[in-house]
Design a protein around this ligand. Structure first.
Ligand code: FAD
Length: 413
């Protein structure tokens, strides 16, 4: 094991008196991660997922060393490393093509102890699902949760929560964990009122290119041969790209002002409209977009925080991931935060000695205290990043670029 790489956590044994039956609502990255961590703590897990099949849409995801550390500790290092690309540099590029600065990810890896990984989401998702099932997770699909009820035990010492499915099925558990994403029903149930996510004014075009055609173009083939993460930053928009699956696929995300009609959060995008938005940018971007045949656009929304608490007073219901703190993807950290949430929740539940309300409450309080400040900071830092990336040319942009250079120089010393 390389220095800095954490050893996999061993699954705890638990007796019946302290083994909680836990339901996780949502088999996304956050829900599956929480399932692994909770199973490692010796509790049982039943995942309820509304979709009829488990899968992630085909696009890329960046995992920073904080989240790859968690993945290693769950025993997924070797398996996932086979699907991961380790980019050498992260480049900041002006929208006209001038390089502003770079960060050496390989030297960061030495500092952080764990690598920076780029994945196809399906690989990360499947890796998590297989590990959760290997540890004993039960999964029920086509189970859309619409409400949660509570029942106290006769002695008043413990509480059971009941997840109610759209089709009338009822699932009982000592604890329900809502990991149902940005449009979370669990969050609404917990709060007792509607609480839609906030608009950010931006949307994302997400596209995957086959690298075959890129390899025919001398200007584009460098993107494939030397994996790097590239950020082009410009007025009101930016673009991010990196290779996946050993150079077979090229992931691009274009972040632009939101022009989607009210009510729609994902739509098929118009390739011509997308190309028009970047026609005056670094010529390599229009060239890449010329290779794109279809695209989807996603409205970007956030959830800055949740008051008063992330958990129900009965200590039988809590939430995590995007349901609690969805952020703009401008720090590539939303999934990382949901994996960290699951990791911490599992560790806290691992300290439980019995099923009493007091024990569960103690664990959930520590979980929230460990996670709230960090995740709220990531959301507000994501908003700040939106402003900084999208500054128009002028003094403020020059000052931003000077700071990026100074930061890169300082880190490179
Ligand atoms: P989700 O992944 O949304 O999962 C929720 C699950 O719950 C789904 O399976 C859903 O079907 C299910 N569900 C919903 N409602 C119910 C219900 N009522 N009953 C049962 N099941 C239900 N993060 C990074 O760390 N790195 C990146 O590079 C990155 N890039 C991004 C790029 C873009 C364009 C976007 C939009 C986001 C990006 N993110 C990134 C953020 C990341 O995708 C999310 O933060 C992460 O997927 C959240 O995971 P989650 O499990 O909380 O929610």
């Amino acid at each position: 094991m390389a220095p800095g790489i954490p050893s996999p956590i061993q699954q705890q044994y638990r007796d019946d008196a302290s083994r909680l039956e836990i339901i996780i609502v949502g088999a996304g990255l956050g829900g599956l991660g929480a399932a692994i961590s909770i199973l490692l703590s010796g509790h049982t897990v039943h995942i309820l997922e509304s979709a009829s099949e488990i899968g992630e849409i085909g696009a890329g995801i960046q995992c920073l060393p904080n989240s790859t550390r968690v993945l290693y500790s769950w025993g997924l290092g070797e398996k996932l490393s086979q699907h991961a690309t380790c980019p050498r540099l992260c480049n900041m590029i002006g929208w006209k093509g001038n390089k502003i600065s770079d960060m050496d990810f390989h030297s960061y890896e030495k500092e952080c102890g764990t690598p920076f990984w780029d994945f196809h989401r399906a690989n990360l998702h499947m890796g998590l699902l297989e590990r959760a099932q290997e540890l004993g997770a039960k999964l029920t699909t086509k189970a859309k949760i619409v409400d949660v009820e509570y029942e106290g035990s006769a002695d008043g010492e413990s509480t059971i929560a009941i997840a109610l499915c759209e089709d009338g099925r009822r699932f009982k558990a000592d604890l329900i964990v809502g990991a149902d994403g940005i449009n979370s029903k669990c969050r609404e149930i917990l709060l007792g009122h509607e609480d839609p996510p906030l608009l950010t004014g931006d949307l994302a075009y997400r596209l995957l290119l086959s690298t075959e055609d890129m390899m025919k173009d001398p200007e584009l083939k460098g993107f494939v041969e030397d994996p790097q993460v590239n950020y082009w930053i410009g007025p009101d928009a930016h673009a991010v790209n990196y290779v996946l699956r050993g150079g077979k696929l090229f992931n691009m995300v274009l972040l632009v002002p939101d022009d989607m009609p009210a009510g729609a959060n994902t739509l098929a995008g118009n390739v011509e409209e997308m190309r028009a938005l970047y026609k005056d940018w670094d010529p390599r971007i229009p060239k890449l977009l010329a290779l794109c045949e279809q695209v989807h656009k996603w409205r970007l929304m956030i959830r800055p925080g949740l008051d008063p608490t992330w958990s129900h007073e009965s200590a039988a219901f809590t939430i995590l991931g995007d349901a609690a703190h969805a952020t703009l993807p401008y720090l590539a950290s939303g999934a990382g935060m949901s994996l960290e949430d699951g990791h911490v929740l599992g560790i806290c539940l691992g300290k439980i000695k019995n099923k009493s309300i007091a024990e569960k409450k103690r664990a959930l309080d520590v979980y929230e205290r460990c996670r709230r400040e960090r995740t709220e900071r990531v959301v507000s830092r994501g908003n700040r990043q939106q402003y900084l990336y999208h500054v128009h040319d002028g003094e403020e942009q020059q000052e931003r670029d000077r700071k990026l250079c100074a930061f890169a120089e300082f880190n490179g010393e």
